[in-house]
Design a protein around this ligand. Structure first.
Ligand code: PLP
Length: 404
C-alpha cells in the first residue's frame, strides 16, 4: 500500500493540532473518513435525497436503490446468504441491544444463562445485565489468562443446559486480543447454543465470512471502518431473525396496520422501524468498497507491522506496562507508565499533536480485574505510518520527563 497516497485521501490528516502535524492514533474509537465517503454524503444530499421505500417518484427510487445497494454490499462484505439477514442499525451498541431485547423475548426464561467474557465493552455487558432484572437470567463471565486471552477451559465449563447464548468480542478494544471465535462457535454449537460476535474491532481488520464461521449474529459499527457515524450492521441468521419479534414499532416495519391488529413486514424490514440512515448506508457502501479496494489483508498486514514496531519501542521505555500480550493481537496497545496517571500522559501527548485514548475504554469490569483506573491506548488504522509511531514514542518520552 502506498501510504503517502492513501493519506492524501483523508483530508483531516492534513490538520495541525497546537501547531504540530496531527498524529491520529485513536482509531479504535473511530476512524477518519476518506474523500470518497465524505463525497458520497455530499452527493447524496446534493443529487438524490428523498425518503426510501415509500415514494414512487424518481428521487425516492434512486435513494432506495442506493440504500438497498448498500445492503447487498454488506451482504457480500460478510458473505451472508441473503440480504434478509442484513439489518441496518445505528451501530454495534444498537445491534446488540436489538438482539438482547428481541432474542430474549423469543427464547429466554427465568434462570437461563448468557455467557460473555471479562474483556467485553460495556455495550456487550449492560444489555445482558438489564435482562437479569427484567427476565431473571444469569450472566456468566469467561475469565482471561495473564496474557489477556480467553480462558477456553473455563469457557467450556461455564456452558450448562441453561445456556441460551454466548456473546463475545471478536477483538478486544483494550487488550487487542483476537479471540478464537471459530473455536468458541464450534464449542457453543456442540451444545446447541447460538453465538453473537461483537465485531466492532473485528470487521475493520479481519476478513469476516459469516457462513464459513457459522456465526449466528455478527455486529459492527460503520464509523470504525471509515464510514460515517450513526450507521451499523446486525447480521443474523434468517432462521433466528424469523423467530424474533420486532425491536421497535413504527413505519417501515409493518405489513398492515389497523387499530385492532398489526402485521409485520418481512425481513429485514421487520427490524428497521422509521426512516433509516440511507445517506449513511450509501456512504458506508463507499467505505466498504474502499477497504476492499485496498484489501483487508493488506490493511491488517500494515497495522500488524505498526503494532510490532511500536510495541518493541514502547517496551524499551522504563516503567511502561502493556496490557494484553497475546501473540494473536490486532493493532491496539493499551499501557500505563508506573507512577503517572493515564490522563496526564494523554493530555501531554495531545499537547504534542498526538491523539490517543485514555481512561476505562468502556470496559470498567476489565479495569477492575487488571486493578487499574484506566489505560492509555494507541490504535492503528490503514493511514498510520512508522514515522507517526516514532513521533508518538518521542512524545511519550517527553511526557514522562515532564511528569517525573
Ligand atoms: N464493542 C467494542 C469491542 C467496541 O470497541 C465498541 C466501541 O468502541 C463498541 C462495542 C461500541 O460501538 P459503538 O459505540 O459504535 O456502538
Amino acid at each position: 500500500m502506498d501510504i503517502d497516497k492513501i493519506r492524501e485521501e483523508f483530508p483531516i490528516l492534513k490538520q495541525e493540532v497546537y501547531k504540530r502535524p496531527l498524529v491520529y492514533l485513536d482509531n479504535a474509537a473511530t476512524t477518519q473518513k476518506p474523500r470518497v465517503v465524505i463525497d458520497a454524503i455530499s452527493n447524496a444530499y446534493c443529487t438524490i435525497n428523498a425518503n426510501v421505500h415509500r415514494g414512487v417518484h424518481h428521487l425516492s427510487q434512486l435513494s432506495t436503490e442506493g440504500h438497498e445497494g448498500g445492503r447487498e454490499k454488506v451482504r457480500q462484505f460478510l458473505n451472508a446468504k441473503s440480504i434478509k439477514e442484513i439489518i441496518f442499525t445505528r451501530g454495534t451498541t444498537e445491534s446488540i441491544n436489538l438482539v438482547a431485547s428481541s432474542f430474549s423475548e423469543a427464547f429466554f426464561n427465568e434462570g437461563d444463562e448468557v455467557i460473555i467474557s471479562a474483556m467485553e465493552h460495556h455495550s456487550n455487558i449492560v444489555p445482558w445485565q438489564m435482562l437479569e432484572g427484567k427476565k431473571g437470567i444469569k450472566l456468566k463471565v469467561i475469565p482471561i489468562t495473564p496474557v489477556g486471552e480467553l480462558d477456553m477451559e473455563m469457557f467450556r465449563s461455564l456452558i450448562t443446559e441453561r445456556t441460551k447464548l454466548v456473546s463475545v468480542a471478536h477483538v478486544s478494544n483494550v487488550l487487542g486480543t483476537v479471540n478464537p471465535i471459530e473455536e468458541i462457535i464450534t464449542i457453543a454449537h456442540s451444545h446447541n447454543v447460538p453465538v453473537l460476535v461483537d465485531g466492532a474491532q473485528g470487521a475493520p481488520h479481519i476478513k469476516v465470512d459469516v457462513q464459513a464461521l457459522d456465526v449466528d449474529f455478527y455486529v459492527f459499527s460503520g464509523h470504525k471502518i471509515y464510514a460515517p457515524t450513526g450507521v451499523g450492521v446486525l447480521y443474523g441468521k434468517e432462521e433466528w431473525l424469523d423467530k424474533m419479534p420486532p425491536y421497535q414499532g413504527g413505519g417501515e416495519m409493518i405489513g398492515k396496520v389497523t387499530f385492532e391488529k398489526t402485521t409485520y413486514n418481512e425481513l429485514p424490514f421487520k427490524f428497521e422501524a422509521g426512516t433509516p440512515d440511507y445517506v449513511g448506508v450509501m456512504a458506508m457502501t463507499e467505505a466498504l468498497n474502499y477497504v476492499e479496494g485496498l484489501g483487508i489483508e493488506n490493511i491488517a498486514a500494515h497495522e500488524t507491522e505498526l503494532l510490532q514496531y511500536t510495541t518493541e519501542k514502547i517496551k524499551a521505555i522504563e516503567g511502561v506496562v502493556i496490557y494484553g500480550n497475546s501473540p494473536h493481537k490486532s493493532g491496539v496497545i493499551s499501557f500505563n507508565v508506573e507512577g503517572i496517571h493515564p490522563y496526564d500522559i494523554g493530555m501531554l501527548l495531545d499537547k504534542q499533536g498526538v491523539a490517543v485514548r485514555t481512561g476505562h475504554l468502556c470496559a470498567q469490569p476489565l479495569m477492575d480485574i487488571l486493578g487499574i483506573p484506566g489505560v492509555v491506548r494507541v490504535s492503528f488504522a490503514l493511514y498510520n505510518t512508522k514515522a507517526e509511531c516514532d513521533k508518538f514514542i518521542s512524545a511519550l518520552q517527553r511526557a514522562i520527563e515532564i511528569c517525573k
